[in-house]
Design a protein. Sequence first.
Length: 392
Amino acid sequence: MRTHTAELSSADAATAPLWRAAQAFRLVTLLYAIGQQIASVPYYQHPRLSWVLIALMAIWSGSSALLLSQWYFPTATGRIRGWVVFGDQVVTILLIASTRLVADYDWYHGHQTLPTTLWIANSVISMAILRGPVAGVIAGLGMSAVVVTVREQWGQDVWGDATAPVLVSVGLALGLAANTARRAQVQLERALRITAAAQERERLAREVHDGVLQVLAFIKRRGTEIGGPATELAQRAGEQEVALRVLLSEQAEHPDSGDAEVDLRPLLTTQATPTVSVATPGDPVRVGRLAAHEIAAAVATALSNVERHAGPTAKAYVLLEDTGDMLVVSVRDDGVGIPVGRLAAAEAEGRMGVSRSIVGRIGALGGTAELLTEGDDLGTEWEFRIPRHPAP
């Protein structure tokens, strides 16, 4: 069954309990105001008018309590509350001023105004919940100024009256509580979104692993066995398998975290295969999310080159080191090696795979990518050095 709370906006849902508690306080203060009226009416010059004003106060208290608690109009909560809170300020000021219509100077100068200080606090509470602590304090100061003006207490007496401290304190406290509730609601909704997104990613990852990755691994294996034109198909399937594994590992790390730091190790260990060994430190190696993605992509490209060029029996080894101010990633293989000058010749021919996918990625992070071995039958070793705090 759909509830009213489910229909409220995030901010309205967060402060709904405060609004309803405030309306309970409003009704309690109304009872206090009626009791004060019974005790004070013998001293009024116009007792009948005072009862009419108390009746209007009761009508406004009941109607505003229903509208502000939003039991019946959840879809129009924000708009209705704004108008009611504005009306609350006007009605309260008018009732305070009406004290002069029912009592003489000797009475209103030394006693509470007709609505009483407690009932006046409702308008301050409403403003504080709606707009926050600053608005609550301003409303408290404003109502205090109206009370002092009506009672003609601008002088030393104003500092001995509790009206201003009470109203300002109420506005500040309820405003802070409302803001805290809103922040908590935002954090709760974000946590729920992250949880839902993580669960969906896990489901998709399982489906991809059980389907796409299995098929790519099968194509890679069968293409290598068949040989000939199917070898290139096997290589492409292997590249996509590595890319998918990197993507799934990256998505599993701190979803919806923007540019927060992530652990680099899972992005590298997921590239391990029967022919690729990956060694990482025992402690997390946390780097920026973008940097982690680029490093993993550069390693994936280097491993793809090993599969493509190092020979069918070649094995690769990935080592991650964290020196504190520098990350060092080594990608080594025991294959046939790269002829001297081959990379320079490939770049001159316009084949930019190594220069862009490896050197370019690491260079964009402020690091260096160096080919340490170059020659036939020597295998190859890439060393990526990435500073943790690159110069701008």
